[in-house]
Design a protein around this ligand. Structure first.
Ligand SMILES: N[C@@H](CCC(=O)N[C@@H](CS)C(=O)NCC(=O)O)C(=O)O
Length: 202
């Protein structure tokens, strides 16, 4: 088993943090995404989307999509639970995980993808969309600040995959100058708590 990884990219980091929280060690193979090795025909046989991370099992099965990889390890190693503990809790964690992906990670990623040299020739870039995405991300950080006013973690009392997605999104926002603002005190308190966990170094 191994995970095709990229140390600089936000989605593979989600999986690394998830596994660090579980205390599970899996060998990683760094993929040279700068030179588009992930877009080669050989890599696309593992993941037709041409993206990392990808988990390759010993029987050759390849599982892409960060959340799908996390789900696999959550089933194998349920403790500590990072995706909920019962029907209600699992649904709540899923709700927040999807919100962090769609409302935070995706706008932050698009602020980068539609502007940065890295994606020239990889996707059709629309610089105006980069700016709209940056503004969306900033609005959603304000909203998340309010969400965190009454709870320690994004999905409630417990640290979950939703916190991991949000942490990776916010850290990646740096390259597009998307930052937590001084008045966003709930968000700042949460960020301090999650970014100082040992797993955040993964
Ligand atoms: N939805 C996918 C997104 C994967 C993704 O976009 N990976 C990026 C790195 S964060 C990538 O491979 N980028 C290189 C490229 O698109 O060429 C997931 O959750 O794994």
């Amino acid at each position: 088993m191994k995970i095709y990884d990229s140390k600089t990219a936000p989605n593979p980091r989600r999986v690394r943090i998830f596994l660090a929280e579980k205390g599970v060690q899996v060998p990683y193979e760094e993929v040279d995404i700068v030179n588009a090795v992930n877009r080669s025909p050989e890599f696309r046989r593992k993941n037709p989307m041409g993206t990392v991370p990808v988990l390759e099992l010993d029987d050759g099965t390849c599982i892409a999509e960060s959340v799908a990889i996390c789900r696999y390890f959550e089933e194998l190693y349920p403790t500590p639970p990072l995706m909920g503990v019962d029907a209600r809790d699992k649904a709540i964690v899923e709700m927040w995980q999807r919100r962090m992906e769609f409302e935070l990670l995706w706008p932050i990623a698009n602020a980068f993808r539609h502007r940065h040299e890295f994606f020239k020739g990889r996707i059709p870039q629309v610089p105006e969309f980069a700016e709209v995405s940056r503004q969306t991300a900033e609005r959603n950080l304000s909203w998340l600040n309010e969400v965190l006013a009454d709870r320690p973690f994004i999905a409630g009392e417990r640290y979950t995959i939703a916190d991991i997605t949000a942490l990776c999104a916010i850290d990646f926002g740096r390259v597009s100058k998307i930052r937590i603002q001084p008045e966003q005190t709930h968000l700042a308190r949460w960020y301090e708590a999650v970014s100082t966990r040992p797993s955040a170094k993964a």
